[in-house]
Structures are given as C-alpha cells and as structure tokens.
Design a protein around this ligand. Structure first.
Ligand code: SAM
Length: 290
C-alpha cells in the first residue's frame, strides 16, 4: 500500500509549482500542511479498513492520501477543474480512490453513498471550504444521506456554535439543527499556520456522530425547524413575540402562549434558553392544534 507523501509545506509547494497552480479564493482553498493535524483528523474519524469515506474538497490530495491508506474506498469530490490533473498525479498510487469533479452541493450524495456502500452508512471526512460549511452539513442531514459520522475542519466559531448548549451566546439554530441529527464533539483546535495560504480565522476539527433516530420525538420536522429559526431570528424578543411575528409561521398568539405554558415555561421566556427536547414538545403541541 502506498504511503502518504504530502502533508508538509515543501511537498505542497513542489506540487503547486509543478502545475503552476493558483489558489482560488472563491473556493475557500486553504490546504493543510501539517502531518500532526492530518493524523489527528484520521484518528478522530476512527477510519477502519472496511470503511467507505466521502471526502469533500480534496485540494491537491493531501488528506486523501491519509484516508486512502486507512479506508477501503474513498470518493473525493472536488469542484476546481484545475486540481483534477494534480489529484490524478498525487493519488496515482492509491488504487482505492475515485475522484469526482463536481460541486458537492449539486451532487446526489445519497445515491453515491447507497451505490458505493450498499446502503451501509458512510463516513464523511473533510477540511471544508468555509464559505459553504452550513449548506454542506445541513444538506447531508436533510437529504438523509446514510452517514455514520462526519469529521470536518470548520471555522472555530462554527464548531463552537455546533456544540453550544442552551443559555450560552453561541447557542442558536445551527446548534439545534446539528444536535437533532448528531452528537457533536470538538476533537482539536487548529491555528492558521497549519494551512497554505493561512486563513484569517482559527479552525477546529469537529466530529458529529450521527444518530440512527433523532434523540427527540417530533411530529413534523419542518414545523420544528421553522419554530427554531423564528425563535432565533429575533433574539431580543420573547419567544411568544418572536414566534407570533414570524412570517413563515401562521400560528395564533394564544396557541403559542398555551404551548409555552404546556412545556412549563413562563410568558417571558426567550428561545435561547430552550433545550431541543423543549422545542420538540412545543412544536408537537402547535402541530396538534392545527
Ligand atoms: N482537503 C484539502 C486540504 O486539506 O489540503 C483542501 C481543503 S480546502 C479548505 C477546500 C477544498 O474544497 C478546495 O480544494 C476547494 O477547491 C474545494 N471546494 C470548494 N467548494 C467546493 C464545492 N462546492 N464542491 C466541491 N469542492 C469544493
């Protein structure tokens, strides 16, 4: 089996020079150049020899080499056409990698996962392009791609928001959406000097272990998420006012107040103090009144 040859600044510079590659800011290209971080990601993702791994944005194939060494099969989806000949070169000795030149947001990942892994849940590992972190992760969840875990490098603030608990400043719609589908855990903080070029923000590796079934019982997921979004859209307002002013919810204020009382909260409660379980009960109550 081939060994990873990338992962340090010299080799990355050599590859970039050989192909005269210019970084595309619009694609969020910050390539990893630190072997310790790469090994940490692979350990955090708990890759086994029988795993199918989807990598989003392989860049020049640095992490792909590490993944290919640990997994059975890797599919690497890269939008930038200029990187494809580079990937074909850096991954030529790894027989278990499929390079897909596509926009990950447009690809039918559910079909890809089902075909490639016989419907068994896959693992997703990536150093994500930060400009589309939320659409990528929410897309994986909402399109019901069969996934066991997602281990990704994201902007530090986004990782903090994903694992935030009620009543904290980082707690919001993203925390609840992620925690509805998975259990988050931050595995490492990564400084800008581990990337080329250096990003302006700090980064973190977050592991999301996906639930087979959501941890709360919800009658209408769509309604739950509408309520969650409306609660955090108007953070300064009470939950009752926030929900009754929301444009995409047409629920009478009396019902909202009754629902808030049913979950044991007072009229002046704010959305940011509610747990996922309380949001689920509130949404089930509202659902039953419609
Ligand atoms: N994995 C590489 C590494 O760690 O060195 C590169 C990570 S870089 C932060 C993000 C990668 O995602 C870039 O290669 C970029 O071209 C790619 N990318 C950006 N938008 C994408 C999209 N919509 N679909 C697929 N890949 C995308």
């Amino acid at each position: 089996m081939a060994e990873p040859a990338l992962g340090n600044p010299q080799n990355t510079i050599e590859v970039l020079k050989k192909y005269n590659f210019t970084f595309q800011k619009k694609y969020g290209q910050n390539f990893l150049i630190d072997t310790h971080v790469l090994n940490k990601i692979i350990r955090a993702a708990k890759i086994h020899k029988d795993d199918f791994v989807l990598e989003i944005g392989p860049g020049i194939g640095t992490m792909t080499q590490y993944l290919a060494q640990s997994a059975r099969q890797v599919a690497a989806v890269e939008i930038d056409r200029a990187l494809i000949p580079i990937l074909e070169d850096t991954l030529s000795e790894f027989r278990n990698v499929r390079i897909i030149n596509e926009d990950v947001l447009k690809l039918d990942l559910r079909k890809l996962a089902e075909e490639a892994n016989g419907g068994k849940p896959i693992k997703v590992v990536a150093n994500l392009p930060y400009y589309i972190t939320t659409p990528i992760i929410m897309g994986l969840f909402e399109k019901h791609v069969p996934i066991e875990s997602i281990t990704v490098m994201v902007q530090k603030e986004v990782a903090d928001r994903m694992q935030a608990v009620p009543g904290t400043k980082d707690y919001g719609a993203l925390s609840l959406a992620v925690q509805f589908y998975a259990k988050p855990y931050i595995a490492a903080f990564v400084p800008p000097n581990c990337f080329m070029p250096r990003p302006k923000v700090g980064s973190a590796v977050i592991c999301l272990s996906c639930y087979e079934k959501p941890p709360v019982r919800v009658k209408d997921e769509n309604l739950l998420f509408k309520i969650i979004r409306a609660s955090f859209n108007q953070r300064r307002k009470t939950l009752a006012n926030g929900l009754s002013n929301a444009s995409d919810l047409s629920v009478p204020k009396e019902i909202i107040i009754e629902g808030i009382e049913k979950i044991g909260k007072g009229a002046g409660v704010r959305g940011e103090t509610l747990t996922l379980e309380e949001f689920a009960r509130l949404s089930n109550y509202i659902y039953d009144q419609q």
